[in-house]
Design a protein around this ligand. Structure first.
Ligand code: GLU
Length: 337
């Protein structure tokens, strides 16, 4: 009898394990697999990736039943390497970083091509933000005036760092000797500026960014513009495969109250895209993609960058990166692919 019970228990445990690992509850094939737990790579905890993805995670969880463990990370480079290493199942990244990783165009951050991910959908535009301490308003009027100052170019290996160094160089600043360069996250940059230890910092991110909004309540800050000719040259020089990854964009009073209504800041932008591990099933990614776009109004209520989400733009600037089959199924259904 004991032996029979032991065999029965073992059989039940195997059945249970099979049920958990599959895409569906065998008792109710229409029910979502609530056992799917995803680790999601974002950025610094006071950046836009983290705040926005938390909102998205809540919406996706309500629609799919999957759990989204939204993690603070160093940003795009760390996220892509994290998917490759199996640490994350999903992440949000800058398109320029993503395209370079996939095509082996940035061997410093990605020694070999990373092809273990695919696109779930482009969600909003990130802008290059250059924040300067208000006390420097009369002396620092253009990016060239940052010469000799203490400037953070973003986390080491972040998408922000790559953009900042290229822009400073376009203004004739050699980051190894013309500035006191620091590699700080956006949160640490804001703290250092508050403490009088930093003059300016870069952050490529969706605006408004929590850390910048909060900093502006504690002290006077302003943003520097990138001139029209430097923007044009940057866009041209950073074309990947003939495709313009960057575009000219403005940051306005609507995003930060400290920007005058009649004087928007001119800068460049790049798209932020959700990517997923190729290991995720077609069904899971289909459900997540559908929940993302059907939940876009709710997401917009949770974070301002959500207001610019448009499914028509979901797969237009991704270069040669494959769209995950589950996402592609949804985009085909709604006629955008
Ligand atoms: N785009 C930034 C990066 O990857 C992070 C932006 C954010 O956290 O909002 O470097």
């Amino acid at each position: 009898m004991k032996k029979f019970l032991a065999i029965l228990m073992a059989v039940m445990m195997v059945l249970l394990a099979v049920g958990c690992g599959g895409d569906k509850d065998p008792a109710d094939p229409a029910a979502p697999n609530t056992d799917l737990k995803l680790n999601v790579g974002t950025g610094g905890s006071t950046g836009t990736y983290y705040a926005y993805t938390n909102v998205v995670g809540t919406t996706l969880n309500a629609a799919t039943g999957y759990s989204f463990n939204v993690l603070s990370t160093g940003g795009s480079v760390a996220n892509i390497n994290g998917i490759e290493d199996g640490d994350y199942n999903m992440a949000i990244v800058q398109n320029d970083t993503m395209i370079k990783a996939y095509n082996n165009l940035d061997p410093k951050n990605f020694p070999t091509p990373i092809t273990s991910f695919s696109v779930m959908g482009e969600v909003y535009s990130e802008v290059v933000q250059i924040v300067v301490a208000g006390s420097l308003k009369d002396t620092v009027k253009t990016i060239a005036d940052l010469k000799g100052l203490r400037v953070s170019v973003g986390d080491a290996g972040s998408g922000t760092e790559a953009n900042s160094i290229a822009i400073l160089e376009a203004y004739g600043i050699d980051t190894t000797k013309d500035i006191t360069m620091q590699n700080l996250s956006v949160g640490n940059s804001a703290d250092a500026m508050k403490d009088g230890k930093l003059d300016a910092f870069f952050f490529t991110s969706g605006a408004p960014t929590t850390a910048i909004t909060e900093l502006a309540t504690a002290m006077d800050v302003y943003l520097l513009s990138i001139s029209d000719d430097v923007s044009s040259a940057f866009i041209e020089a950073n074309k990947i495969g003939g495709y313009e990854v960057f575009s000219k964009m403005n940051i306005t009073h609507d995003q930060y109250a400290f920007i005058p209504e009649d004087a928007p800041v001119t800068t460049i932008g790049v798209t932020a895209t959700f990517i997923v591990s190729n290991d995720l099933s077609e069904e899971s990614v289909y459900n997540m993609t559908k929940a993302l776009w059907e939940g876009k109004d709710e997401i917009a209520l949770g974070h301002a960058v959500g207001t610019s989400m448009d499914v028509k733009n979901a797969v237009i600037t991704i270069g040669n990166i494959p769209v995950h089959p589950g996402a592609a199924k949804y985009y085909t259904e709604v006629g955008v692919m």
